[in-house]
Design a protein around this ligand. Structure first.
Ligand SMILES: [Zn+2]
Length: 104
């Protein structure tokens, strides 16, 4: 979904058509029309990449197989905590319903 609007170029001050894309540039002076948003998106992308690299490094410098297993478990725990909590809440809700049915 792209929405056409006009934006004033921050450098040359000319109004140009803008489709709200993050990396859109001014046709007159080739400057990013929305540098703030572009840098924010770039920063987020870099953070995600750094996190991924950290996880890889975290596992890489391990020679002890037991320590490696523990580290893999820690990473697994980190990524599944959120989903795990949701699943537990769901299971508890089902158990409450089943318990209620059994009491009838
Ligand atoms: Zn411009």
């Amino acid at each position: 979904m792209s929405q056409l609007s006009e934006i004033k170029c921050p450098v040359c001050g000319k109004w140009c058509e803008w489709t709200c894309k993050i990396d859109e540039k001014c046709p007159n002076c080739d400057t990013l029309l929305d540098p703030g948003r572009f840098h924010y998106a770039e920063e987020r992308r870099m953070n995600a990449e750094r996190d991924k690299k950290n996880s890889e490094l975290f596992l890489k410098d391990t020679n002890d197989p037991i320590l490696l297993m523990i580290k893999q478990f820690i990473l697994w725990l980190r990524w599944t905590t959120f989903y795990g909590v949701s699943v537990i809440v769901f299971i508890v809700a089902i158990m409450i319903v089943l318990y209620g049915l059994a009491m009838i």
